[in-house]
Design a binder for this molecule. Structure first.
Ligand code: 5AD
Ligand code: SF4
Length: 459
């Protein structure tokens, strides 16, 4: 039985890890106000869709979800339905106008305000509907606005929940304006959080038992740019590692902002994990230029060589877009060639998708859908074979696995090695949260399998 006053929230998250972080924060802020999390949409009093707009397909998905809650709202008029994230920034009032059963549209910056807004909405019963963000609004991400929001947000301080692995947003926004990307338009310019605030949050995470922390930002290695008195990104990494973090990672870094000091850190800071996500987007000189990525194919390859010199065990993953306007078969083959040369451990690959307002939406020579699909399939088949080879190279090695959860099969647990690869092995759930040496016996394209070397965990 639940009490009459019980309020339940259901949060659905799409897209990047920054959205994951915002959703997690929202859950914590709501919990501090007595909200519980709903197991299903049916039992929810508040449903929040944290959306992504980076590709058209992601943006369409939320519309399907909204359609699904329409009937729920009819049955339970007190249900509050809200859309957040990048679709909220992109659409604003227009989405509210098109969706009569939607109550609130709020951008990523408004997350700290949501608990207060929900109280207001519950008090005014349907008289609230509004879009706090969207085209024509005062940009939610202006510095002054952000500061006042963060002040109001801190009035609602809630402890970070104790978790083994945790994300920590250190900056947001992006100034790069890659030709295909909506992020700078929707998330605004780069803004770094003060280092003191970040270290305080990191220390709380470590005290709560976090052993693996990922620093998050759309252009994370540009941290500190434009923030007076801020440490550089390498200094910030060292300061976070000094708090006693076992494994430290960061996403997403931009190749053009990868400083020599940051490369050096892979040789000198053992807490930095053996994995790095370094989006290349294309292997063609001409396409990289048209994409306005700010580096050449050769510069990317040079960076990879320097990183592997500093940290030979480094596992690299990347993002690739196929079918960018004007991409020829030769350009695409240059991408295949780069993928072979680098030998990425993992890849996320996408068909180019036109987004409203971005530079490439106006570029000529759009690639037909079937051609994009065929290039994507060729690229993915190639990468799958490479990932399998890279994973097979671990057979016979002992990897240190941080056990995160029970496995799919009973008696099995799953964790990640220092290179962030998933490892399954037989063991009891008591191992969750421990570091266990595992002898790798088998490998697939996406994960490894092995046996615990020593029944006694090392940490
Ligand atoms: N079309 C296809 N993929 C895109 N990405 C960003 N914008 C687009 C677009 N318009 C991909 C990039 C980026 C990842 C998060 O999404 O590869 O690194
Ligand atoms: Fe988008 Fe480029 Fe910024 Fe990444 S660096 S968020 S791809 S504009």
């Amino acid at each position: 039985m639940t009490g009459a006053g019980t309020r339940r929230a259901f949060i659905v998250t799409f897209g990047c890890q920054m959205n994951e972080y915002d959703s997690g924060r929202l859950g914590e802020l709501l919990a501090a106000r007595g909200w519980q999390s709903a197991a299903t949409r049916e039992e929810a009093d508040f449903i929040f869709f944290n959306t992504c707009s980076v590709r058209a397909r992601a943006a369409r998905r939320v519309l399907n979800h909204l359609e699904e809650v329409r009937a729920l709202k009819r049955r339970k008029p007190s249900l509050i339905v809200a859309v957040g994230g990048c679709v909220a920034e992109q659409e604003g009032q227009a989405l509210l106008d098109r969706t009569p059963w939607l109550d609130l549209v709020a951008g990523p910056q408004q997350v700290p305000l949501l608990p207060d807004l929900l109280e207001e909405m519950r008090a005014t019963r349907g008289g609230f509907r509004r879009a706090l963000t969207g085209p024509g609004r005062q940009p939610a991400w202006s510095r002054a606005n952000l500061e006042s929001l963060s002040k109001r947000g801190s009035d609602l301080k809630a402890p970070r929940a104790a978790t083994l692995t945790a994300g920590l947003t250190i900056m947001q926004g992006c100034d790069n304006y890659c030709a295909y990307c909506v992020v700078p338009y929707l998330r605004g310019p780069e803004l770094s959080r003060p280092a003191g605030e970040i270290l305080e949050e990191a220390a709380a995470l470590v005290a709560g038992g976090a052993r693996d922390i990922t620093l998050l930002g759309q252009n994370v290695n540009a941290y500190g740019r434009g923030l007076a008195g801020a440490p550089g990104f390498p200094e910030l990494l060292k300061a976070v590692a000094d708090l006693g973090v076992e494994r430290l990672r960061f996403v997403t870094s931009h190749p053009k902002d990868f400083s020599p000091e940051l490369i050096e850190l892979y040789a000198r800071l053992p807490a930095l994990g053996d994995s790095l996500h370094l989006p290349v987007q294309s292997g063609s000189e001409a396409v990289l230029k048209a994409m306005r990525r700010g580096y050449s194919r050769e510069q990317y390859l040079t960076l990879v060589r320097a990183l592997r010199r500093a940290r030979p065990a480094l596992a690299l993953s990347t993002d690739v877009i196929v079918g960018f306007p004007g991409e020829t078969e030769a350009d695409f083959e240059a991408t295949l060639d780069l993928v072979e040369t680098v030998n990425f451990d993992a890849m996320f690959s996408f068909k180019y998708s036109d987004r409203p307002g971005v530079a490439s939406a106006g570029f000529p020579d759009k690639i037909p859908e079937e051609e994009k699909a065929s290039r994507l399939a060729r690229l993915q088949a190639r990468q799958k074979a490479i990932s399998l080879d890279r994973n097979k190279a671990h057979i016979g090695q002992v990897l240190e696995v941080l056990v995160e959860r029970s496995g799919r099969r009973p008696g099995q647990v799953t964790g990640r090695a220092r290179n962030f690869k998933l490892v399954h092995f037989d063991g009891s759930p008591e191992l969750i949260g421990r570091l266990v040496p595992v002898l790798i016996a088998a490998a697939g394209p996406a994960s490894l399998r092995g046996q615990a070397q020593d029944p006694r965990p090392v940490g």
